[in-house]
Write a protein that binds this ligand. Structure first.
Ligand code: S3P
Length: 166
């Protein structure tokens, strides 16, 4: 029996600062499909992520994020997920039949990107990032059908590679 068809065109997962939004936008343009970012959906509906974490805690954020992921995947196009969305079991279940791409990067490449104060889980800097990225790596790898190291090549090359794979 055939697998159900994916709903989104591509779903990008991976740790904070791995380039999901930047590459997602670029590849969406290249393949002529809409782009959605689940962090952006949550912020538009509920305000800044750091405020949600501080006021209501991470589990509440994950529930809001789960709704954003479900909506974005149903709408189709290229979808970039927040780095921790895959921690939620129901969110993972949504990804089972999708074309999921894991973006990875190095601590060196990520250090400047995560310094903007918008990500509550890496307030301690790159050491936090390393710990979180490594602890989630098995989850990411189990879901992904394709892997891209965003620290290795210019974004245009990466977008072209992804468009080819798609
Ligand atoms: C998080 C990643 C962030 C954002 C929130 C929590 C995480 O998204 O959803 O700060 O747990 O990894 P990005 O991956 O877009 O930075």
């Amino acid at each position: 029996t055939a697998e159900p068809a994916p709903r989104a065109d591509l779903v990008l997962i991976g740790p904070m600062g791995s380039g999901k939004t930047r590459l997602g936008k670029r590849v969406a343009k290249l393949i002529g499909r809409p782009f959605a970012d689940t962090d952006k959906i949550v912020v538009a509906e509920h305000g800044p992520i750091a405020d949600i974490f501080d006021a209501h805690g991470e589990p509440h954020f994950r529930a809001l994020e789960r709704d954003a992921v479900a909506g974005a995947i149903t709408a189709g196009g290229v979808v970039s997920l927040g780095g921790g969305a895959v921690l939620d079991e129901q969110t993972r279940a949504l990804l089972g039949t999708e074309r999921v791409v894991l973006l990875w990067t190095t601590p060196e490449a990520v250090e400047a990107r995560i310094a903007n104060g918008k990500r509550p889980l890496v307030r301690g800097g790159v050491d936090d990032w390393i710990r979180i990225a490594e602890s989630r790596r098995p989850i990411y790898e189990a879901l992904a059908r394709h892997l891209i190291d965003t620290s290795s090549r210019p974004i245009d090359h990466l977008a072209a590679e992804l468009a080819d794979w798609w």
